[in-house]
Design a protein around this ligand. Structure first.
Ligand code: FES
Length: 98
C-alpha cells in the first residue's frame, strides 16, 4: 500500500502499489476523465504530479508521444492511466472534472 493525496480537495487515500494512478483514483471514488479507458490515446486523464514523481513508473514512449500533443503540459505532467504507483507517497493535482 501507499498513500495518494489528491488536490485540490486535499483528500488522502491508502491505495495499492502496482496500480495505475487512474485505477487508484477511480477505486477511491475520485472523478477523473478517462475517455479511451487507459490506452494513452485520449489525453483526458492528464494530471500534475506535485510530489512523489520518483515513486511512479517512468514515462514510456506512448505516454510521451501523447503528452507532446496536449495543451498545458509541464514537467509535472503525467497520464494517470500510464503512471504506475510505487511504494512512496504521491500527491496529484486533478485538472479535469467529469
Ligand atoms: S485514459 Fe485516455 S490517455 Fe489516459
Amino acid at each position: 500500500m501507499t498513500t495518494l493525496t489528491v488536490l485540490p480537495s486535499g483528500k488522502t487515500y491508502d491505495v495499492a502499489a502496482g496500480a495505475t494512478l487512474l485505477q487508484a483514483l477511480l477505486a477511491v471514488g475520485e472523478h477523473i476523465a478517462h475517455k479511451c479507458d487507459g490506452k494513452a490515446d485520449c489525453g483526458s486523464c492528464h494530471l500534475f504530479v506535485q510530489e512523489g514523481r520518483k515513486s511512479l513508473s517512468k514515462i514510456q514512449r506512448l505516454e510521451n508521444e501523447k503528452l507532446d500533443t496536449l495543451v498545458g503540459i509541464g514537467s509535472k505532467s503525467r497520464l494517470a492511466c500510464q503512471a504506475v504507483l510505487g511504494e512512496e507517497p504521491v500527491t496529484v493535482e486533478l485538472l479535469s472534472f467529469v
